[in-house]
Write a new protein. Structure first.
Length: 300
């Protein structure tokens, strides 16, 4: 007798939901959300500042009738070119050099860390070519340095995998160590430095905190940079000490970001695993509810 068996159980592995599409969708959604929020917050302010700037130019021309609009625009262009070359148009020619040793050390740090504020850059061909090769070898060296420093710190800290493998008491100890690490780093690299920058640079605490995070995250817009106010006298090692703070802060924040990324991946994988289990249970229930197919007997 030849018989046809019952319907085969569907393969759950073929229907397994990967967390990668969910991450891609979340990433795109996050970018769209940021675009909408920044558009709503900044567009109107930009229009206001642009209108105010045009009014000030018109008022300037009215006060100085010996100038015409074309001459004023040419002077504005000169100021913009000076700014692009790293020369602060404020003050006079007695301002400190942008390329003394302290400023050069700070610039070298912004190159290898890929912060790139944009307020200072080499203007000579030789300097530009050297900058290319300096970054070519310096960026991997900086990554290796930060990775090694992160490994040293990570050896004494918690990771999601090690946290799961620890028994209950050890989990508490590791969690406490991680909390102390995050809290101490937050105070040393994010909370206290803005107080120093506010005192030295004359910024508000909010501006100092903004500069601190934008720098340590290597975003580096360049709208706020330490040691660039021509009306202030800075100690020679000020920017060098700032560069050292940046290197240590980069290692700390990179480790925090890595732990956060690991936790996010574990969360997404767990969500997708639950979805897989739900699909498996649903398929099994459906098969159990279906009546058994009658067997077909074929005579010899």
């Amino acid at each position: 007798h030849q018989q046809s068996g019952s319907m085969p159980l569907p393969s759950i592995h073929n229907r397994q939901i990967s967390w990668t599409p969910l991450l891609v969708v979340g990433y795109i959604w996050y970018l769209l959300l940021g675009a909408v929020v920044f558009h709503l917050l900044e567009k109107q302010a930009e229009t206001h500042f642009r209108d105010q700037f045009q009014l000030k130019k018109l008022k300037f021309l009215q006060n100085y009738t010996c100038l015409d609009r074309q001459a004023l625009e040419q002077f504005v262009q000169v100021l913009m070119e000076a700014r692009e070359k790293g020369v602060n148009p404020e003050g006079n020619s007695m301002n400190s050099s942008n390329w003394d040793f302290s400023n050069s050390f700070f610039f070298a740090g912004t190159v290898v860390t890929t912060i790139g504020y944009g307020n200072q850059s080499p203007s000579t061909v030789a300097g530009q070519i050297f900058c290319v090769f300096y970054a070519l070898f310096g960026v991997p060296l900086n990554v290796a340095f930060l990775n090694q420093l992160g490994k040293v710190l990570n050896a004494h800290l918690i990771t999601p995998e090690r946290w799961v493998q620890k028994p209950g008491h050890a989990q508490v100890v590791q969690t406490l160590a991680m909390a102390i690490f995050v809290t101490t780093g937050t105070l040393l690299f994010l909370v206290f430095p803005p107080l120093v920058f506010s005192y030295v640079e004359g910024w508000s605490y909010g501006e100092g905190f903004y500069f601190t995070f934008i720098t340590l995250s290597t975003i580096g817009f360049g709208d706020y940079v330490v040691g660039t106010n021509p009306n202030k006298h800075y100690i020679p090692v000020y920017k060098s000490l700032t560069a050292i703070w940046i290197l240590l802060g980069l290692a700390w924040l990179a480790l925090v970001f890595n732990v956060g990324a690991d936790l996010m991946e574990k969360f997404l994988q767990r969500k997708c695993h639950k979805s897989d289990l739900s699909l498996e249970e649903e398929a099994t229930t459906k098969l159990e509810d279906e009546p058994e197919q009658p067997r077909i007997h074929i005579p010899n």
